[in-house]
Ligand binder design. Structure first.
Ligand code: ATR
Length: 271
C-alpha cells in the first residue's frame, strides 16, 4: 500500500492524518497516512528512512518547512516564492520534488467563502512564513494591491522586496488609510489568545476578516472584527483542509471535497 506521512515536531496534535485518511476513503484511494515525529535536527534522515521503507510522499509542518526546501531536488515556483516546502513527493524519475500548497489553500478557501480576489485590495497582517507563502498565490489570483503590515517593519520590507510594486510594506501603526475589503491575520498572535494591534478605522470597509489560526472558538481577531461590524469572519480551518486537498491531488491525481471533512472536524472541535 502506498505510504504517506506528515513530518513535524511536535506532531501529536496534527489533523493531517485524519484529514488525508478521510480524503482517501472519499476518493477510494488505497493508501496509508501516518504522523512522524522527526528530531529537530534530523528531518533529512527521517525523510530518507521513510522513502527507503516505501514512502511515496509527505507533508511537512513546523519546524521543517525550510529544511524540506533545502532537501528537495526540484522545487515548484510556488515553493521557491514561499522559501518553504509543505508537500514532498518522489517523481517517476526518482527525484525528490518540493511544492508549497499553503498559499493556494488560502486562495481556495477565500474563494469557497465567496471572496472575489480579482482587483481586490488586501491587508495582510504579519511577516512570518505563513504570510510569505500567501503573497504569490494572492497576487496570481488577481489581488490589485497588498499591504503587508508587521509589528517589526523590517521583516515586512524584506518579504515585499521579493515582489513587485503591488506589495507595500509598513508597520502596524502606519497602515495606509484606504478600504480593505479583505483583512487577513497571518500573525501567530491568535495562538496565545491575542490579536495584532491595528486601528479600528482599517476595518471600516471590510467584508471579511480572515484568521489563518483556528480553534474551537472564534479567534480574538475574529471576535474583535465582529464587534467592529465586519460582516463576515473566518478562521484557518478551511485553509488547512484546502492545502491538504491540494497536496492529496498532487500525489493521487484526484481532488477531494473538503466540505464533509470540515463538517466532521468542526464537530470534533465543538466537544
Ligand atoms: P509563522 O511561520 O506562523 O508566520 P513566524 O515566522 O514566527 O510564524 O511569524 C510570526 C508572525 O506573527 C510575525 O510576523 C510576528 O511579528 P514580528 O515579526 O514583529 O515578531 C507576528 N506576531 C506574533 N505575535 C504578535 C502579536 N501579538 N502582535 C502582532 N504581531 C505578532
Amino acid at each position: 500500500m502506498d505510504r504517506y506521512a506528515v513530518f513535524g515536531n511536535p506532531i501529536g496534535q496534527s489533523k493531517s492524518p485524519f484529514i488525508h485518511r478521510q480524503f482517501a476513503l472519499q476518493c477510494k484511494q488505497l493508501m496509508q497516512y501516518e504522523a512522524i515525529l522527526a528530531p529537530t535536527d534530523g528531518f533529512a534522515d527521517s525523510w530518507r528512512d521513510f522513502v527507503t521503507s516505501g514512502g511515496k510522499g509527505g507533508n511537512v509542518t513546523v519546524p521543517f518547512k525550510e529544511q524540506a526546501y533545502q532537501l528537495a531536488e526540484v522545487l515548484s515556483a510556488r515553493a521557491r516564492q514561499a522559501g518553504a516546502v509543505n508537500t514532498l513527493y518522489v517523481d517517476s524519475a526518482g527525484r525528490l520534488c518540493g511544492d508549497n500548497t499553503d498559499g493556494i489553500g488560502l486562495v481556495a478557501d477565500l474563494t469557497r467563502l465567496g471572496v472575489n480576489l480579482a482587483g481586490c485590495t488586501v491587508l495582510l497582517l504579519g511577516a512570518g512564513g505563513a504570510s510569505r507563502g500567501a503573497i504569490g498565490p494572492l497576487l496570481e489570483a488577481g489581488v490589485k494591491q497588498l499591504v503587508l503590515a508587521n509589528r517589526t517593519v523590517s521583516k515586512a520590507q524584506a518579504i515585499a522586496a521579493n515582489f513587485d510594486s503591488r506589495v507595500f510594506a509598513c508597520g502596524l501603526s502606519d497602515i495606509p488609510e484606504q478600504a480593505y475589503p479583505l483583512i487577513i491575520n497571518a500573525t501567530s498572535s491568535g495562538l496565545s489568545g491575542g490579536r495584532p494591534e491595528i486601528a479600528v478605522k482599517h476595518l471600516n470597509n471590510s467584508q471579511l476578516a480572515y484568521d489563518m489560526v483556528y480553534g474551537a472558538l472564534p479567534t480574538a481577531f475574529m471576535q474583535w472584527a465582529k464587534q467592529q461590524g465586519v460582516p463576515q469572519q473566518a478562521d484557518g480551518l478551511g485553509m488547512l483542509l484546502a492545502q491538504a486537498a491540494a497536496a492529496f491531488t498532487i500525489w493521487r491525481g484526484v481532488a477531494p471535497d473538503v466540505e464533509p471533512v470540515m463538517a466532521i472536524i468542526k464537530k470534533q472541535l465543538a466537544v
